[in-house]
Ligand binder design. Structure first.
Ligand code: AKG
Ligand code: FE2
Ligand code: ZN
Length: 597
């Protein structure tokens, strides 16, 4: 059936019907222009209700009572200030019934009469102000539950002061209750052996079903943590233990609004405003790679979009959140690593790697996340920075620089001198393999040989981690440390390249790259001069003996992943950006479609 745009012979329309069509057409254009959401001409489970928005003075309660008699309403999305709402029904037949009954329907009981115009949409618009600025995998659904339901959930909880003294030893900044399974904050684990009697309160069933139906989560949660924050309290930045919980965590905010900070390992911070009764869905990168936390404060600074758009203060009240998670029953073999952040720190410490040493904490975390006695090969190990990251492993480093391997040797590491393009080690022998800041020194034709070599030496199921320098030294509006170090320099120089005699340009340090293939000057410090040969660099002009030019091919977003995907016998598990680098984690397949020699 075609809705609103009938084909062929059309029965004569009454004046009123024509008006409805006209208004519907107008609403369609508004929605498309303002939100980029097209109406569709076939029937779906989802309706947009023009004039049924909070911006029209329509309340959630009233709209619910209007819709419900005609179809089983699953989710109603309303956004502050917007002149429309979205409704999802349990079937397209229900949505069709609602459409037929309510398109052009005039509502009394509001300040003025409101006529609703309905249309079908393929998908419900994810109602945040700027979805593109949220961390990947993060969804925010405002007005996910009604005020009545919020009150029911709040009334359900009894907060016993005595019982909480125990929690307070660990959690200085908030109170918690667990359902389904106890969460242990001392080691961030879940007590899988002893399920709590009663499980998740049945009061939550409907809400959980709505999350599943809407596709926000794939697994029915079996663990619920309720956090209660007084104004001034917060939760330290953390990543929910990946080995304890599956992907897909939903958190319902009740009581007061709050700003939750999401942080990427490269230091990018994305504050996300969580209104009361909104649902936050964390999956993928936003669940595993980004940390989330709430700074202990009595207020938040938010942008006041409805008025002048400038920043304004929002005082916090008491906030209670319901976080639903699915306990992970399989032992964790994945490549992702817990960031080792805890729930119990009482300062809002940045996990940003910009403050940390060693320079790439994610590499160290990958190494530390490997099982005991795993055999690891670090290709291009340099002075052995990562060879000391996990003493429980058997690690072998290799580098083509003899002086660097000597440093490693002095540090007690097992190392060999070799070329990354021809590794003198047996095939399928390593559990894990690193190549940090190596591939970007190779010309395009040879780049693939490094992940190719890693694929050869890894055992099936073994994992490789590759880091290369990124062309993009600014990500999510944050400059990499490389650029940050000398911002003043950058401001007084125009170009990022200086011409060189050869074909390649010489990159100007601390500037954005303007080409992917560059020579990067390396200024030797006095004590390094005598070891100048160790990076295999090309010597520059004789009068500049202390400056060496090293070849770099800096990688564009997606380029390293593409390169790795072309290597037979491996599959890419994760790609991320870390402090100005593109990073890929891959795994050697157990039954590769093509043989790796
Ligand atoms: O309060 C919230 O919304 C989040 C709570 C949380 O992140 C947690 O308990 O892991
Ligand atoms: Fe969390
Ligand atoms: Zn894992």
């Amino acid at each position: 059936m075609v809705v609103g745009e009938g084909e062929g012979e059309r029965p004569k329309l009454t004046k009123a019907q024509k008006k409805v069509l006209r208004k519907q057409q107008k609403a369609k254009l508004t929605l498309l222009r303002h939100e980029g959401v097209p109406l569709v001409t076939h029937i779906t489970e989802h309706l947009v209700i023009a004039n049924g928005g909070l911006g029209n003075g329509m309340s959630r309660e009233l709209l619910t009572s209007i819709l419900q008699p005609f179809g089983h309403l699953l989710v109603l999305h309303m956004l502050p200030g917007k002149p429309y709402a979205f409704a999802s029904f349990s079937s397209s037949a229900d949505a069709e019934r609602v459409y037929r009954s309510l398109n052009g329907f005039t509502v009394s009981g509001t300040a003025r009469h409101i006529t609703l115009y309905l249309g079908f949409v393929e998908q419900v618009l994810c109602l945040q102000e700027d979805p593109s600025s949220l961390p990947p995998g993060l969804l925010l659904i405002p007005n996910f539950v009604s005020e009545e339901y919020e009150q029911e959930l709040l009334n359900f909880l009894a907060w016993d002061e005595a019982e909480e003294i125990q929690d307070k030893r660990v959690l200085k900044h908030r109170r918690v209750k667990h359902f389904g399974f106890e969460f242990c904050y001392e080691d961030n684990s879940v007590n899988k052996a002893n399920p709590l009697p009663g499980g998740i309160p049945s009061l939550c069933d409907e809400m959980i079903s709505n999350c599943l139906v809407a596709g926000y989560i794939q697994h029915r949660p079996d663990q619920l943590t309720v956090n209660r924050y007084e104004p001034g309290q917060g939760i330290p930045p953390h990543v929910d233990t990946h080995s304890a919980f599956e992907d897909g965590i939903v958190s319902l905010s009740l009581g007061s609004q709050v700003v939750m900070d999401f942080r990427h390992p490269c230091g990018t911070r994305v504050p996300v405003f969580l209104p009361a009764r909104s649902l936050l869905v964390m999956s993928g990168e936003s669940r595993y790679l980004w940390s989330h936390g709430i700074t202990p404060r009595k207020f938040d600074i938010i942008s006041n979009r409805l008025q002048d758009g400038g920043p304004t203060l929002a005082n916090r009240g008491m906030r209670i959140s319901f976080s639903f998670r699915k306990v992970c029953w399989q032992p964790c073999h994945c490549c992702r690593f817990d960031l080792g952040l805890t729930y119990t720190r009482n300062t809002d410490r940045r996990i940003s790697a910009t403050q940390g040493t060693p320079p790439w904490p994610h590499v160290a975390a990958f190494v530390r996340g490997l099982p005991d006695a795993a055999l690891l090969l670090d290709i291009g190990c340099g002075n052995g920075k990562y060879l000391s990251a996990n003493r429980g492993l058997a690690m072998i480093g290799c580098d083509r620089s003899m002086p660097l391997t000597e440093i490693c040797h002095q540090r007690g590491f097992q190392v060999l001198v070799c070329d990354a393009l021809s590794l003198p080690v047996r095939s399928t022998s390593f559990d894990a393999c690193l190549s940090i800041a190596v591939v970007h020194h190779l010309s395009t034709a040879r780049e693939q040989r490094v992940p190719g070599g890693m694929a050869r030496v890894l055992r099936p199921g073994g994992q490789g981690l590759v880091y290369v320098w990124a062309l993009e030294q600014e990500y999510m509006h944050v400059r990499s440390k490389y650029l940050q170090q000398k911002q003043q320099d950058a401001q007084c120089t125009n170009g990022s390249m200086v011409p060189s005699a050869g074909l390649l340009s010489v990159h100007k340090n601390r500037m954005p790259f303007s080409s992917q293939d560059v020579l990067v000057p390396w200024h030797l410090k006095t004590q390094e001069k005598q070891n100048a040969s160790f990076a295999g660099s090309s010597l520059s002009a004789p009068d500049q003996r202390s400056v060496h030019h090293r070849f770099y091919h800096v990688f564009r977003k997606g380029e390293l992943e593409c390169l790795c995907r072309r290597v037979p016998g491996i599959h890419v598990i994760e790609t991320y950006y870390d402090q100005g680098n593109w990073c890929v984690i891959f795994e050697k397949m157990c039954h590769p479609s093509s043989t790796v020699l």
